[in-house]
Design a protein around this ligand. Structure first.
Ligand code: ZN
Ligand code: FE
Ligand code: FE
Length: 170
């Protein structure tokens, strides 16, 4: 990527990381409604819809980060998030609606949440190193939301949905 060679500084890498996260969040705002639509369990549906609302705020937070840094985000197209979205689409087309699809939607969403937790964790640490304090606070807010979204999915799977799948397969 040109930015890495042209501006081989931590600040350049940091902007690149934020641009990548911005692309990720925008892709997620498109993918989450498609997943939520095919979900059977009402609590899972609510969790995905709630996280969609958070994601819309996360997009705005990243825009705030760019404006605090006096930057305009360059458009990036990350392959990883597109791969995860296309795996999720495959699941929607190939698994019958019901607990098994719900469990697979949780699995697909958790790949994304873990990916975001890794990305925001790095970005927040780099912001701390470079003393971009306000930006770091914004990144930490999103990081916390990603962790809770992930925990919520884990708890729905473990307390309910995986059991329904297992029962359906007896
Ligand atoms: Zn900087
Ligand atoms: Fe997010
Ligand atoms: Fe998320």
């Amino acid at each position: 990527m040109s930015i890495l060679k042209k501006e081989g500084t931590l600040h350049g890498l940091f902007l690149n990381k934020l641009e990548a996260l911005y692309d990720v969040e925008l892709q997620i705002t498109k993918a989450l409604p498609k997943l939520a639509k095919k979900v059977t369990d009402p609590d899972l549906k609510e969790a995905l819809e709630h996280h969609l609302q958070e994601t819309e705020v996360q997009v705005q937070r990243l825009e705030q980060c760019f404006s605090l840094l006096d930057e305009k985000p360059k458009k990036l197209k990350g392959e990883a998030i597109r791969g995860m979205a296309s795996d999720a689409t495959w699941v929607l087309h190939n698994v019958e609606e019901g607990p098994a699809l719900d469990a697979n939607i949780i699995a697909a969403a958790q790949y994304v949440e873990h990916y975001e937790i890794a990305g925001y964790g790095t970005a927040a640490e780099w912001a701390r190193l470079m003393k971009h304090t306000e930006v770091k606070e914004l990144l930490d807010q999103t990081l916390e939301e990603e962790k809770s979204a992930n925990d919520k999915l884990t708890s729905l799977a473990e307390t309910k949905i995986n059991r329904q799948v297992a029962m359906g397969m007896e």
